[in-house]
Design a protein around this ligand. Structure first.
Ligand code: SF4
Length: 355
């Protein structure tokens, strides 16, 4: 049998012995809960399995069903999500849960095209849910699959341009049986053996026919277009405490980076200061704390200095209210209750250690 034809069978035989146990996966031969599949796939976008495990356990303990998640206040969901990043995912997660619970009788659609109409569900996620939760044949391509396929076929074109070709090649080796298992087997192969830096080709069930292995150049694939250097942005954060042991927080706009999350108020983050800090006296004058907070987002690095304004807390609140709407006092000993993203937790820690 040509290697391409026997690929699925060899892979699935290996998978039956070596499949990963994951909290959202059904045991062998059992059917996965679509809620678990959807929740885990949304969490796994841009996030590692190791990180997602704890969040998945937390979410399914707090909200064991999609209806329970839909009934939860959005703020609670954002707070539970804090630290996972890409907060638009959490907002869409809640929106999608409401859609399923209220408009679809608590049932996820089974069809890929139907799944694609749900908030926060893109091409990859729709394919993954259709196959893993509903046993539909779907071409599922995540980062692991991309790596396996680009190596197996020695795809010369660099990513991301190669994505359509890699999808077409994945389609060629996706069988019409064991629709649930095949994508998960590909993901397990990619994460367990066909790893980015040191693939275990000698243990690989599909090494026969693998072009990159035959060329002795597994790690040369996938080819990647050179990355653009990330720009650095600069900003100031205002740490404003009152004499009741509270700190002033504002809410970020719903749309955009960290949409809807709580924040320590401050200036915009801008790169056009040309490596200079904004003037701390520009909006609220005060003392700049020693040191700075650094954080890296997908598209830029951020450096923030923390300013403790000179004016009384209530005056500072009025000033912040004029700059950003909806400032609120948050008890310092209870900051964890607020949906603060990682960068804001770093700013809070820095301020508390250096004020
Ligand atoms: Fe990956 Fe090596 Fe297997 Fe090819 S032989 S699929 S490079 S682990």
């Amino acid at each position: 049998m040509p290697p391409e034809v026997s690929f699925p069978q060899r892979l699935l035989t290996w998978y039956d012995r070596h499949r990963r146990e994951l909290p959202w996966r059904a045991a062998a031969g059992e059917v996965a809960d679509p809620y678990h599949v959807w929740l885990s796939e949304i969490m796994l976008q841009q996030t590692t399995v190791a990180t997602v495990r704890a969040y998945f356990e937390k979410f399914t303990t707090l909200w064991p069903t999609v209806r329970a998640l839909a009934d939860a206040p959005l703020d609670d969901v954002l707070t539970a999500w804090a630290g996972l990043g890409y907060y638009a995912r959490a907002r869409n997660l809640h929106k999608c849960a409401v859609e399923i619970a209220h408009n679809r009788q608590g049932q996820f659609p089974q069809d890929e095209a139907d799944l694609l109409t749900l908030p926060g569900v893109g091409t990859y996620t729709a394919a993954a849910i259709a196959s893993i939760a509903f046993d539909r044949r779907a071409v599922v391509v995540d980062g692991n699959v991309e790596r396996v396929v680009s190596r197996w076929y020695a795809v010369d074109e660099p990513l991301p341009q190669a994505k359509p070709r890699i999808k077409a090649l994945t389609d060629r080796i996706t069988p019409a049986q064991r629709n649930r298992d095949f994508p998960q087997a590909m993901m397990d192969l990619g994460s367990g053996l066909c790893t980015p830096r040191s693939p275990s080709c000698l243990l690989c069930p599909v090494s026969e026919g693998c072009q990159a292995f035959i060329m002795g150049a597994a790690t040369a694939f996938p080819k990647k277009a050179p990355k653009k250097p990330k720009p650095t942005r600069f900003g100031l954060a205002y740490w404003i405490e009152n004499d009741r042991g509270e700190v002033l927080l504002t809410r970020r706009p719903d749309k955009g980076l960290l949409g809807g999350m709580m924040e320590v108020p401050g200036t915009d983050w801008r790169s056009d200061w040309h490596a200079q800090w904004p003037d701390p006296q520009a909006e609220l004058s005060g003392t700049v704390l020693a040191g700075e907070v650094e954080h890296t987002f997908t598209h830029f690095h951020l450096r923030v200095r923390v300013v403790v304004p000179d004016c009384p807390a209530d005056g500072a609140k009025t000033a912040v209210d004029a700059i950003k709407k909806g400032a609120t006092w948050a008890p310092l000993e209870d900051l964890n209750r607020f949906a603060l993203p990682t960068i804001m937790k770093k700013i809070a820690r820095h301020a508390l250690e250096n004020r």
